[in-house]
Design a protein around this ligand. Structure first.
Ligand SMILES: Cc1ncc(COP(=O)(O)O)c(C=O)c1O
Length: 373
């Protein structure tokens, strides 16, 4: 029987097994140890920022919400086209969330609508917080978001969970604003099974995140606390896995881009008006990793037909994120625009993008798309 083709499975091998085994043999099975510190350093090098590895991207966001004092008096402005975790930690702290549509040509947060939102929420003594989400391996327009945040006195956090390895005008994903997060969840471009990181150009923000992630313990021999912390630090074993995965990142990106080229050749040949399939839009300021290959079909029915043919051949796909402003839990939240993200949700399809896929799996996918499977 043929094996199911998953959307974005991890790609690991002997190097990852050996790294975890070496950490195990060293005795550093306890949460902290040299491998997690080495992972912090490797992430610092990759991102061009200070970095602290933590249990998940969600935990990283939670630590930043604590850092920036997010609470019931805070308005958090977020991209609407993203995963729930972008705003989850802010919502848990009682913040008021406001959603901003995507831009039809860049696929990420709309700059004119972000400005409208910032203008609308401006209050004399309240500093809003903007969480700009990168998406599917590509960055949003950091310079434009950053200058709006500076103009309106907002703190900027970049949710770069999906853009690890991408670049924005040649700089690493997440290098903007006050701080950023990465995710190393099992479906991400590099994985530590579960994991994430807090990143910032400000060493003190990262040092405080690391301190809060380890119960905010003071450096005295007994347990002393001036603040209530969290148990969010990444474990040493997973730090070892992360170091080995980061070594593989350039090869993973190369393979993901080749997979994207394969889909482009498969879907984008028909140039007749009304029949065109197009890649999910991407700004020319960012070089996408193609973490996920995402395409927009001429209509929802055509998108669904392709998804159904692939599902019949045991091949996983997923619609583009359902925008946050359409989520029942956020039905009362304010939003600016929304039609562009809704259109992406209705016509967009995420296709299998595992870096470990070989020619046989790609042939299976093209046969299924053509209805030959
Ligand atoms: C945009 C975005 N933000 C945040 C997260 C949360 O990361 P994690 O799953 O590591 O908690 C994810 C992915 O899961 C994500 O895609």
């Amino acid at each position: 029987m043929q094996k199911r083709i998953f959307l974005s499975p991890p790609w690991t091998g002997a190097a990852e097994r050996e790294a975890v085994d070496a950490a195990f043999r060293s005795g550093y099975i306890a949460p902290c140890g040299p491998q997690v510190e080495a992972f912090d350093a490797a992430l610092g090098e990759l991102s061009g920022q200070h970095a602290a590895a933590v249990a998940s991207g969600t935990a990283a966001l939670d630590l930043l919400m604590a850092e920036f004092g997010v609470g019931p008096d805070t308005t958090v402005i977020s991209s609407t086209l993203t995963f729930l975790a972008t705003v989850g930690p802010a919502v848990h702290r009682g913040a008021k969330v406001v959603f901003v549509d995507s831009d039809a040509s860049t696929g990420t947060i709309s700059i004119p609508l972000l400005e409208k939102a910032l203008k609308a929420v401006a209050r004399p003594h309240a500093r809003p917080l903007v969480i700009a989400a990168d998406i599917y391996g590509q960055c949003c327009d950091y310079d434009a978001v950053e200058s709006l945040c500076a103009e309106y006195g907002a703190t900027l956090v970049v949710d770069a969970a999906e853009s690890v390895g991408a670049t924005y005008k040649g700089r690493a994903a997440g290098l903007a604003g006050a701080a950023a997060v990465y995710s190393f969840n099992g479906n991400k471009i590099v994985t530590t099974s579960g994991g994430g990181a807090v990143l910032s150009r400000d060493a003190e923000i990262v040092a405080r995140a690391r301190w809060r992630a380890q119960q905010a313990r003071e450096s005295v021999p007994w347990y002393e606390h001036r603040e209530v912390g969290y148990n969010y630090r990444m474990s040493n074993l997973l730090g070892a896995l992360g170091c080995a995965q980061l070594e593989r990142l350039p090869e993973i990106v190369k393979r993901k881009r080749r997979i994207f080229d394969f889909y482009q050749a498969l879907f984008c040949g028909d140039k007749r008006p009304g029949h065109q399939v197009s890649p999910y839009p991407c700004g020319d300021f960012t070089e996408s990793t193609r973490w996920l290959s995402v395409f927009l079909f001429p209509s929802p029915a055509e998108r669904d037909a392709v998804a159904e043919r692939l599902a019949a051949a045991d091949i996983e796909t997923r619609p583009v994120w359902k925008p946050m402003h359409l989520q029942p839990v956020f039905r009362r939240c304010r939003r600016f625009g929304g039609n562009v993200a809704e259109d992406f949700f209705r016509r967009g399809l995420c296709l299998p993008s595992g870096a470990g896929m070989g020619p046989a799996q790609l042939r299976r996918i093209s046969s299924a798309v053509r209805g030959e499977a």
